[in-house]
Structure formats: C-alpha cells, structure tokens
Design a protein around this ligand. Structure first.
Ligand SMILES: Nc1ncnc2c1ncn2[C@@H]1O[C@H](COP(=O)(O)OP(=O)(O)O)[C@@H](O)[C@H]1O
Ligand SMILES: O=C(O)[C@@H](O)C(=O)COP(=O)(O)O
Length: 434
C-alpha cells in the first residue's frame, strides 16, 4: 500500500521525495496542476499520469497552497488526499515547511483539521524539525541554526514573515475551538521509541489532537518516526520521513545534468539563494531581471530575455536572477510578475534543443515553472545537498492527439527551495555527473 503525501509547495514536495527516496521508497511527485484538479473547487478526476509511471512506493502530490487562503487550501488538499486514496494509499503525510511558513491567517491548521476529519483519525504529530538544514525544535520552539525562528531571516520573508518561534502559539489560532495541542518534550524523545509511543498515547487520552514533538537530531527524528509509524496521518517537514523505513535500500534513479546550456533561474529572495547567486555570478554570466520592464510588459520582456540568454555563448553558465542582495527587493506586487516571467522564460528555453536541463531556485518560482512546462511527474535522483537533487521530469505529449501526439522527452531539473544548499550549489549542480 503506497504512502500518500501532500506538500504545500513544489520544492517542499521534492524535498520530501528526496527524503523518502533515501529511506527506501521509490517515489513519484505529481504536481497538482493539470493532473488532479480540473475543476475549481477541487473535484477529483482521478487522472494522474497514465499507467506504469505511477507505480511507486510513495506518491507525493505537490500543491501550491502555502500562501493560499485557508478555504482554498483545504479544498485542494482534500481533493489531493481523495485522489491518493483512489491510487490505493492508506497512510498519509502532510508536508509543510521546516520553518513553518504560516502567518496567523495561514492554512496549516485548517488543512490538518480537514485531513484528520477526512481520514477519520483523532491525533497526529507536528514535526517540522530538519536538523540537516539547521531546523530544530526544543520546548516547542523552532530554531533556524542558532537563532529562534522569529530572529532568523525568515522574519522578513516576502510572503510569510515569521514573527513567532513557538509552534503551539503559531498553530493554536489556526485550529477550531477546542482542538488541543500537547508538547512531547525532548527529554521523552531521548528516552527512546517506547517512551515516545507512550507519550503519544497519553497525550491522546488527555484529549490532545495535535502533539508538537521536540527533535534536535536525526536520531531523535528516527525515534519519533518509529513511534508514530502506526498513525494514519503524520504532519511535518521532510526530516521526519527519514525514519519511515521503506521497502528497498534506495529509490533513487540515475539523473544528472545532460549536455547543453547551463542555465539557472533564481526567483527566490532568500539570503541563502542571494549568496548562491553571487557565487555563481563570479563564475559565469548573470542577467538581473529589470523590474521596470517586467511591470510594463511581462510577456514581451520574458520573450526578449529568453532571446538574450540564447544569443550568448552556449558554453557560458548563465544565472537569471531577481535578487542578489537585500537592497534588490521590489514590492510584494512584483512577486507574481517575477514568477510569471521566469516561468515564461523556462517554457521558451525548454523548447530549444540546446537546453537539456534547468536549475530553478525558489519554491513558488519552481511551482510556476513546473506549471508552465506542463510537467506530469518527477522522479528523484541522487542528492546534491540536503533537500536538493536532480530530478527527471516527465512532460505531457505535444503536437496533436492520439497516435499523432509526440512524447516530449523527460527534462532533468533541479528545483531548489530558496533556503537550501551550500553557497556553491548553483555551480556544483551543473558539475554533477548522472
Ligand atoms: N526583487 C524582488 N522583489 C519582489 N519580489 C521578489 C523579488 N525577488 C523575488 N521575489 C518574489 O519572492 C518570492 C520568493 O518565493 P519563492 O520562489 O518561494 O522562494 P523561497 O523558496 O526563497 O521562498 C517569489 O514570489 C518571488 O517572485
Ligand atoms: O521544509 C522545507 O524547509 C522545504 O521543503 C520548504 O518547504 C522550503 O520552502 P521554500 O523555501 O519556499 O521552498
């Protein structure tokens, strides 16, 4: 029975898929767009990628709901879970961000409540911890490396500014009245699997519907995963998934950058991506988005941009970027335009024979790119950095219907969460061999 997961953004889905792949699950990521939800309101069609491509130990549906209003996020999440059930899934995972990107109007709580009702389960865990990327939870407080979440750079995220570090305070206002949250402290986790299992049972008996679990190391997460393995629904970042032993040694496929142009599209405004962009600019060509031209005519500007990239020396590495330093930030209204522009550029480039792979930085940005490319599914290759890997993206058929439809070859992609990866990631991604 496959594990079914929903993730609230695309790079969150690939992050979870990488973790599950390493844990021994052959994992497929299915983007929401174009495969699941044709009708507004989230009615399921049950029409994922056809035939054998969906054979997998774990299926992750990549939603684009992180910043969606709660009602919308709930509808789409429920539709995805119903579809996963149709695919035979019996255990479920709700993946949100390891930095719990969710303002008081956020949707993690409403989605979790709806999933529990739908699955008929009365208790779940809340485990965003991801120590490999510096996210840890102690006494219910989320840390990003050495800083509490509210003092980290996530405080000024353009879409989801995080002004509190305490998971219970963040989650409680998003839940319906009477929904109780308990804390399972690190001291219990350090006592081992049985102690955590007992702690969860006790919390449920005391009426808790959500149990925030402390975890500071991977070993803690493996303990928690073993103890929570019997639950119908798990919620958290990707870190918890490393403890869910899959049916094989590794689910990774062989994929790496094909020959061809080395083009990176960076829409993330995170400090980590800015540093990666600066690093890449020292080693290759850079094109910074011109926000004024973008605001005037996004379609025309995107077309011109693709032409500019292709006019350059094919041997040059090119980084197209929105932000290389904090001063570059435009206004919030620019965000969707930047996403649209990079998605249009990706689509134009993907039609070129000289482009046989792309690196994309930013969760929302990656979601927009995947939609524009008509990606039907992704399978993960070897890990580049925690949460980042080359993936093979299957595209839909083009050029006619039925027998006359031509299958577009799969495209290698890196879809990088803004906050992930070492400073040299953008250059290293292109050096990796399949
Ligand atoms: N210079 C900028 N001005 C305004 N918005 C920006 C700028 N650069 C990036 N953005 C927007 O910030 C958002 C970053 O989100 P995302 O792509 O998910 O990256 P991350 O993974 O870092 O969160 C995107 O919507 C992007 O368009
Ligand atoms: O859990 C995580 O940290 C990531 O998987 C993730 O979701 C990061 O979000 P973005 O930075 O918006 O990609």
């Amino acid at each position: 029975m496959p594990l079914g997961a929903i993730a609230d953004d695309l790079t969150g889905a690939t992050d979870l898929a990488i973790m599950l792949t390493d844990a021994g699950y052959e994992t497929v990521v299915v983007p929401e767009e174009g495969t699941l939800l044709a009708e507004a309101g989230g009615a399921t069609r049950g029409a994922g990628p056809d035939g054998p491509s969906l054979q997998a130990d774990a299926i992750v549906v990549a939603l684009k709901t992180r910043t969606a209003p709660p009602g919308d996020a709930v509808g789409r999440s429920l539709a995805a879970v119903r579809w996963l059930r149709q695919q035979g899934c019996g255990r479920f995972y709700f993946k949100y961000c390891s930095t719990f990107d969710s303002t008081p109007q956020g949707n993690i709580g409403p989605v979790a409540e709806a999933l529990m009702d739908e699955l008929g389960t009365s208790m779940t865990v809340v485990v965003p911890s991801f120590p490999a990327t510096g996210r840890t939870v102690y006494q219910g407080n989320l840390f990003v490396h050495e800083k509490p979440l509210q003092e980290s750079s996530l405080r000024d995220h353009p879409l989801t500014p995080m002004r509190d570090s305490n998971l219970i305070r963040l989650l409680q206002p998003q839940l319906r009245e009477g929904s109780r949250i308990a804390l399972l402290p690190l001291t219990t986790v350090m006592e081992g699997t049985e102690a955590v299992r007992d702690g969860l049972r006790r919390a449920e008996a005391d009426g808790a519907r959500y149990v925030v679990v402390d975890a500071v190391t991977d070993e803690h997460l493996r303990t928690v995963a073993r103890a929570a393995n019997g639950l119908t629904l798990l919620t958290g970042g990707s870190g918890l998934a490393q403890g869910l032993a899959g049916p094989r040694a590794s689910g990774a496929i062989s994929v790496g950058p094909a020959r061809g142009r080395r083009i990176t599209l960076a829409g993330s405004a995170s400090k980590t991506t800015q540093a990666q962009v600066r690093h890449a600019l020292e080693r290759g060509r850079g094109i910074q988005l011109d926000l004024n031209r973008l605001r005037e005519d996004v379609a025309g500007y995107s077309e011109a941009l693709a032409e500019e990239i292709l006019a350059g020396d094919p041997a040059d590495a090119v980084t197209v970027y929105a932000t290389a330093s904090p001063e570059d930030l435009g206004s919030l209204e620019d965000a969707p335009l930047i996403e649209e522009c990079l998605a249009r550029v990706a689509r134009a480039l993907s039609q070129e024979e000289s482009v046989q792979g792309l690196v994309v930085a930013g969760g929302e940005t990656s979601g927009a790119v995947i939609e524009a490319l008509g990606i039907r599914s992704l399978r993960m290759g070897r890990t580049l950095d925690p949460g980042v890997a080359w993936a093979l993206a299957e595209r839909g058929a083009t050029g006619g219907e039925g027998d006359s439809a031509e299958q577009t070859p799969p495209l290698p992609l890196v879809l990088k969460s803004g906050n992930f990866g070492g400073e040299d990631l953008l250059t290293r991604a292109w050096d990796m061999k399949a």
